[in-house]
Design a protein around this ligand. Structure first.
Ligand SMILES: [Zn+2]
Length: 439
């Protein structure tokens, strides 16, 4: 029986399958219209399919009794269970029982996960327990978007190969790859483009999610940044640029995680942020309580109240640069003068203490006591290069992935001409909104 048919039939609890449904594929004799000669076919059993879900705290025995098994039979069914650990079966787990009209419940399946089913089946000698692992399938798709306001907006518009509910997550995944090189909340401009080669995973029930990001190419302010996935010896995902240098570097490009702030981009140019005149840093609009990260390893040299900055943390990094984080709502436990911090660790939360009339992070970089534009100070040109033994393999992989990506993006463009954003050659989908970008 087809999966879709089963699905349709089990919706709504108790459904009785007509005998005919069990004889699919068997030749059916011709009959005159209006008559059904049921006596000419062997009577097929009427199997009932019962679908239910496990209640909170419900013992397995009770679940089986609910499917229609008597107490003794239910006890026999669960005796010696190994795959189905009663303590690990969660409330809400789907249970499907097939019930024969004469001999009663024949088997009971427990959908333990999208891809995992355990089936209890009655045999002449007792009950058997089998596990079925339903394979996810993986294919590779390309997503190419042009920025009209934000990375998230561009990817949500472009990633039509994925259901809408997972597209934002895909954008965050891309941001994670690029976060050492691009401050995605500030650096992107209208017309910048991102293309990505990403695996698409499909569950047995049709659920689709993004898998591994294999390669991305970002064109930001006229510069192209490539990232090629190349797993290290321990199988950890590493991304390398076109020169074979790790994207991982000594400093993050932004003190707030992209996924935490992309929802408040609309308020980026909020007038309240401009009221504080004495301005030597970058402001990041974010909700109060958003975690603030140390952008690199270092030592805390100040943690407390500092005039107009309000609650403030200052960190001296190994290269001598100092970073300052102002208007904090709170300072994280353990963050005090002399404490060591590591890159990306939380040092406090966004607030509006001091001279601020709206919640935001005020972020500064100082070199030898002099303010530097963080966009310059944090420009990472490249992390650790690949070990030389891996360089040949990397080059092959990179060339293959980008040839694939380019071909797919070209094919998209071909199908969807004309392009509507100047200079966006090779990119098919264009985000409609043009507001909010710039500066
Ligand atoms: Zn500021």
């Amino acid at each position: 029986m087809s999966k879709a048919l089963t699905k349709a039939l089990v919706v709504g609890g108790l459904v009785v399958l007509a005998a005919g449904a069990l004889t699919i594929g068997r030749p059916v004799p011709q009959r005159s219209a209006g008559h059904v000669f049921t006596d000419t076919l062997p009577a097929a059993p009427v199997i009932a399919v019962r679908t239910d879900t496990i209640h909170k705290g419900e013992p397995l025995l009770a679940v089986l009794q609910r499917t229609g098994l008597g107490l003794d039979e239910a006890n026999r069914a669960i005796a010696g269970l190994e795959l189905l650990d009663a303590r690990k079966v969660r409330a809400g787990t789907e249970v499907v029982a097939q019930v024969h009209p004469d001999s009663g419940v024949q088997h009971v399946t427990f959908q333990l996960a999208i891809d995992r089913v355990v089936k209890l089946a009655r045999t002449t000698t007792g009950w058997t327990e089998t596990e079925e692992r339903l394979p996810w399938t993986t294919d590779t798709v390309a997503v190419a978007g042009v920025v009209a306001s934000t990375l998230t907006g561009a990817i949500v518009t472009a990633a039509t190969e994925f259901p809408e509910r997972v597209r934002t997550e895909l954008a965050y995944g891309i941001a994670d790859v690029l976060e050492y090189r691009i401050d995605l909340s500030r650096d992107l401009r209208v017309g910048d483009s991102i293309s990505v080669l990403v695996e698409r995973e499909t569950a047995p029930n049709g659920y689709v999610r993004p898998g591994r990001i294999l390669a991305t190419r970002a064109k930001v302010a006229g510069n192209t940044l490539e990232a090629t996935r190349f797993d290290d010896a321990e199988g950890r995902a590493q991304f390398y640029d076109a020169d074979g240098k790790s994207l991982r570097a000594a400093f993050l490009r932004a003190p707030l995680e992209f996924r935490r702030i992309s929802s408040v981009f609309g308020s980026r140019k909020h007038p309240v942020l401009k009221t504080w005149r004495q301005h030597n840093g970058l402001d990041y609009a974010a909700s109060t309580g958003t975690p603030v990260r140390a952008i690199g390893n270092g030592k805390v040299i100040f943690a407390g109240w500092k005039g107009g900055y309000g609650r403030t943390v200052e960190i001296r990094h190994n290269n001598g640069m100092v970073t300052r984080y102002g208007h904090l709502n709170s300072i994280a436990r353990g963050i005090r003068s002399g404490a060591s911090v590591s890159i990306a660790s939380t040092i406090g939360t966004v607030g509006m203490t001091g001279l601020a009339t709206g919640p935001h992070l005020h972020f500064e970089t100082l070199i030898n006591g002099v303010h530097r534009d963080p966009r310059t100070a944090l420009r990472n040109v490249g992390g650790e290069p690949l070990p030389s033994k891996d360089k040949a393999a990397f080059a092959l992989r990179r060339n293959a992935l980008f040839a694939d990506l380019s071909a797919r993006v070209y094919a998209m463009q071909d199908r969807n001409a004309p392009l509507t954003v100047p200079g966006a050659a090779g990119i098919r989908r264009v985000e409609a909104r043009a507001a909010g970008a710039g500066n």
